[in-house]
Ligand binder design. Structure first.
Ligand code: 13P
Ligand code: SF4
Length: 317
């Protein structure tokens, strides 16, 4: 809902963006007001592609830290700002560099495919990065007999393993949003809405994926609702994506899949929701918090991300 205060921030943010040649890149999990003032809204892959190719001097990342770091790695000459430096990610936090080094040592001779939801340190230890939009294709692009490590999301890793049949050892990490969906509550919701289609992000657990009519990244879920002819969807990913679904097809119904904790009405990423219009305004005004990375780390992390971008481009993703 728009208020006088949010109108003030929206006007000031627009002025500052023009003055400073800045752009705002927002993930689909941001609140609707932030998505609407952003120059570009997308999933992790599209945001990386946009960060790598734009003419701004400043990128304000309305998302979480690993996304802003990825933008900095792909556009080191630009100033990359994250409106709240505490906007982390439970999945990225589940994979610490020291533990990951031990895991790599215990599983030698494997190609390390790492989900973009990781710190720059983990990326620097990886051979190739992927996002949920291209994880299956990235793994399929490797020679069939190549042994693989997939980190850090065990559900996405399991999904990729089932789709590709490759020899994959999976790191045991999860996302606090996607891990929390209740199969029982989803089934009850489907009973109450028998015509609804269940659409699921691959970070969800196997039992939830098994009842899905469609599985895909946030942008794939959005495209599915755009083209599909159902009237109602049970959406098992962070509820922020529903803003774009409603914009594309306002007459359809989108029901956020319920989490196990029934005291919470919908599934929101507490890190994504740390970003507010006020923080975006302050961050543009003061040009901080800024993402700064050690040059050596940045160069090491750049290689596996660029490899992903090249493969994605070749495959038209
Ligand atoms: P995508 O943006 O690749 O769909 O991933 C969702 C996510 O969890 C981002 O944090
Ligand atoms: Fe991380 Fe999950 Fe939030 Fe995405 S939704 S940023 S994976 S905690």
């Amino acid at each position: 809902m728009k208020t006088e205060t949010s109108d003030y921030y929206i006007t000031e943010i627009k002025k500052l963006k023009a003055e400073k040649n800045a752009i705002i890149l927002a993930h689909f999990y941001q609140t609707g007001d932030i998505q609407d003032i952003s120059d570009f809204v997308g999933d992790s892959l599209a945001l990386s592609q946009k960060a790598a190719a734009n003419s701004a001097d400043i990128i304000v990342f309305a998302g979480v830290k690993f996304m802003a770091e990825t933008a900095k790695i792909l556009a080191p000459e630009k100033k990359v700002l994250l409106p709240d430096i505490n906007a982390g990610c439970s999945l990225a936090d589940s994979c610490k560099a020291d533990d990951f080094k031990k895991f790599l040592k215990a599983n030698p001779g494997r190609t390390v495919v790492t989900y973009v939801n990781t710190s720059a340190e983990i990326k620097a230890l990886s051979d190739i990065i992927c996002t949920s939009s291209n994880a299956v294709q990235i793994v399929q692009s490797l020679p069939p007999d190549e042994k693989i490590i997939f980190a850090p999301d065990r559900n996405l890793g399991n999904y990729v393993l089932n789709k590709t049949g490759r020899d994959i050892v999976i790191w045991n990490g999860t996302c606090h949003v996607h891990e929390e969906f209740s199969l029982e509550a989803i089934i009850n919701m489907k009973k109450e809405n028998p015509d609804a289609k269940i659409i699921v992000h691959p970070e969800c657990e196997l039992p939830v994926r098994m009842v899905a009519d469609f599985i895909g990244s946030t942008s794939a879920l959005l495209n599915f609702t755009r083209k599909d002819n159902a009237k109602t969807y049970i959406v098992a990913t962070e509820a922020g994506i529903i803003h774009q679904m409603k914009k594309a097809n306002p007459l359809k119904n989108y029901l956020p899949a319920p989490p196990r904790d029934s005291t919470c009405g919908c599934s929101e990423c507490s890190f994504m929701k740390l970003i507010t219009l006020e923080k975006i305004y302050n961050c543009l005004l003061n040009e901080k918090p800024e993402i700064l990375l050690d040059e050596d780390l940045l160069i090491k992390a750049q290689k596996p991300i660029r490899r992903m971008m090249e493969i994605s481009e070749k495959l038209g993703l």
